[in-house]
Ligand binder design. Structure first.
Ligand code: ADP
Ligand code: MG
Length: 640
């Protein structure tokens, strides 16, 4: 082995630069953070050729005198901390004293600064390992840092730089990560002499979200605020319908700094569970404020990760601020035609897989639904499905007495898959003429009396109902599934689900590896009301199944259940697992698309719609209903 030696300063600085200065955007981040630490109210960033040729950041902050200026470009020189204890009281963006030294090691750096109230300005220049002495200069109060020919002496890094447009995209992203939370500061970004962003000071984050992501995204957001147990949370959350195919639209800030954090990400995911499909990602902007003593920010060179003293507090507060907001919000997506669709991001931000394409797909889907409704009304003179009453003359007028209960028995209904309780004693004699039960549990209350909601079933799949604001189109399966899911969750919270013993056990042929699952998940299975035993190497005997399910569907459910359990990637918490299986069960038990419904059943479904939490989304995250407001109808019919 060669002898040990102490590395020369330039090499040390280059190594340090390797950690924090990855590309032009990293320089922009460090310089803008310095300006904010210096108390700047206005910051201008001018870049040329994606920042490779020039990055110049000018601020109106506190500046530096000649002595500080000389120190500022030296490694490990900072005005922000002095003692070890200070590491746990950091309120500034920087503290490592490395950025200017690192940048100077890999570019031609010039810093010009003047303290407000001082007459003279000073400058210092660094190029590689050569530092010029501080000299008098002329400049307005504040600081300008100029970085030219980035990576001129690090060809390996230069090779990795992308096109100026892509690098500019990264710079815009870094700017967003600072400007979203430092919304009181004015920013201007100029590329090759052209203004790309001008952000005037704002009172909150929302105008900045609009600046970066467009009004389409910003205007659909719900405001969040909570300040409890030493943790303040403010921000915005997107409705489930605004979810995206990538997590890019999630911005988390801690004490003014953008961070990535798995606890926060997990809490957000958990809050939206059941509201969006598992493959989608919610749009969320969260700004957290906490006593700096409660976090360690010194765990990552770019300070983008932190270590929490109490991650449970964080998790539970984020979960509840979001959940509370959802409970107080109507999450039903609008069917309204949108004329203001615009790409979520400008051309200057990094390309993403989502955004405009997704919006177009959503719009196409809305359009299809609109057309099929229009088509339905065109083709079908108001006939209201088998067995339903024909509304009287006053029907459809506000306040008119009307009823959906058949006055006469309609045509005989085709035999339909029905969700009757499986052989419950009190229903044993129920004949075909008895009102069919949509609600499986015998203890369940009957559909409430009172004026039944106005709804018709279309294509045996959707319910079209009048609402105070206009009309709703409801997916019968999705809504029923959501109702059953909520009901099952509530039952499960009280104890194991009601279970039905089979007189003779049924055997199911299953792959050999699934037999082991019975042991492994015995407890979860028992809670769900499922009782199984091994029956040879490739079969299980089914002794009991949840009462909710009809016999054929219950065996299907057990089969799916074993499949799901055998193919789980990681053992989830029992709660998560039970929840996942409940969703499956609710899906199996719910009426399907294509099942005709009686007016009573429709009434019962709609009556329960209001009761269930988050009724606007099924457990798989698909919406259960869409709405068309009177205002939009009037627009479409050119009445306004
Ligand atoms: P850090 O920000 O971690 O302290 P830097 O290398 O980024 O380290 O900056 C070194 C020092 O230079 C800072 O501590 C600060 O005192 C000073 N400085 C840098 N940029 C500015 C600026 N724009 N305005 C005033 N002072 C600055
Ligand atoms: Mg700094």
């Amino acid at each position: 082995m060669p002898r040990i030696r102490v590395l020369p300063d330039l090499l040390v600085n280059k190594i340090a630069a390797g950690e924090v200065i990855e590309r032009p955007a990293s320089v922009v981040k460090e310089l803008v953070e310095n300006s904010i630490d210096a108390g700047a109210r206005a910051i201008e960033i001018a870049v040329e050729q994606g920042g490779q040729k020039l990055i110049r950041v000018t601020d109106d902050g506190g500046g530096m005198d000649a002595e500080d200026l000389a120190l500022s470009v030296r490694p490990h020189a900072t005005s922000k901390i002095a003692r070890e204890e200070d590491l746990f009281a950091i309120r500034t963006m920087g503290f490592r004293g490395e950025a200017l030294a690192s940048i100077g090691a890999v570019s031609q750096l010039r810093v010009v600064s003047r303290r407000p109230g001082c007459d003279e300005a000073w400058q210092v220049a660094v190029c590689g390992d050569h530092t010029e002495p501080v000299a008098a200069a002329s400049a307005p109060p504040g600081t300008t840092v100029e970085v030219r020919e980035l990576f001129f002496n690090v060809p390996a890094r230069r090779k990795f730089l992308r096109t100026p447009q892509t690098e500019l995209g990264h710079i815009t992203e870094q700017l967003a990560r600072i400007a979203l939370v430092h919304h009181g500061v004015q920013f201007r970004l100029i590329h090759n002499g052209r203004e790309v962003h001008f952000l005037r000071p704002a009172a909150g984050m929302l105008p900045r979200i609009r600046d970066f992501f467009g009004p389409e995204l910003a205007d659909g957001l719900m405001a969040l605020a909570r300040d409890e147990r030493g943790l303040s949370i403010t921000g915005y959350a997107g409705a489930p319908a605004q979810s995206r195919s990538a997590p890019k639209w999630q911005y988390f800030f801690l004490n003014g700094r953008f961070i990535r954090d798995r606890f926060i990400a997990h809490a957000v995911r958990e809050a939206y569970r059941g509201l969006i499909e598992p493959s989608r990602h919610p749009v969320v902007f969260l700004a957290l404020e906490i006593d700096p003593a409660c976090v360690d920010v010194n765990v990552h060179p770019t300070k983008s990760e932190v270590r929490w003293r109490d991650s449970n507090l964080l998790y539970s507060q984020i979960l509840s601020v979001l959940r509370d907001r959802f409970l107080n919000s109507d999450l039903t997506p609008d069917l309204a035609p949108r004329h203001d669709l615009q790409p979520a991001l400008g051309e200057d931000t990094p390309a993403t897989a989502d955004g405009p394409a997704q919006d177009a797909a959503d719009e196409a889907r809305r359009q299809r639904i609109r057309e099929s409704i229009a088509d339905f009304f065109k083709r079908t003179p108001p006939s209201y499905g088998p067995g339903a009453a024909v509304p009287g003359p006053g029907a459809g007028l506000p306040g008119a007495a009307r009823s959906w209960t058949p006055h006469h028995s309609g045509p005989a209904l085709p035999a339909m898959p029905r969700l009757e309780p499986w052989n419950p004693p009190e229903d044993a004699n129920a004949g075909d003429s008895a009102p069919r039960r949509l609600w499986p549990s015998p203890t369940e209350a009957a559909p409430p009396s009172g004026p039944p909601p106005q709804a018709i079933q279309v294509h045996r799949t959707y319910l079209v109902a009048e609402s105070p604001e206009g009309l709703m189109i409801i997916d019968q399966h999705a809504l029923h599934e959501r109702i059953l899911y909520e009901q099952l969750s509530a039952e499960l919270a009280r104890g194991p689900l009601e279970s039905q013993r089979l007189l003779l056990p049924e055997t199911l042929q299953v792959p050999a590896d699934q037999v082991a699952v019975i042991e492994q998940y015995a407890d979860t299975l028992r809670r769900l009301g499922v009782e199984l035993s091994a029956y040879g190497p490739g079969a299980v005997a089914v002794h009991a199944v949840p009462s909710l399910l009809r016999p054929e569907r219950s065996l299907e459910f057990v089969r799916d259940l074993l499949d799901r359990l055998a193919h789980r990637a990681a053992p989830a918490s029992t709660e998560l697992l039970a929840d996942e299986l409940l969703s499956m069960m609710a899906c199996k038990a719910a009426v399907k698309a294509g099942d005709p419904l009686t007016p009573q059943e429709i009434g019962a479904l709609l009556a329960r719609r209001g009761d269930v939490e988050r009724a606007s989304n099924c457990p798989h995250g698909r919406p259960t209903s869409l709405r068309l407001s009177l205002r939009d109808l009037e627009k479409q019919f050119k009445r306004s």
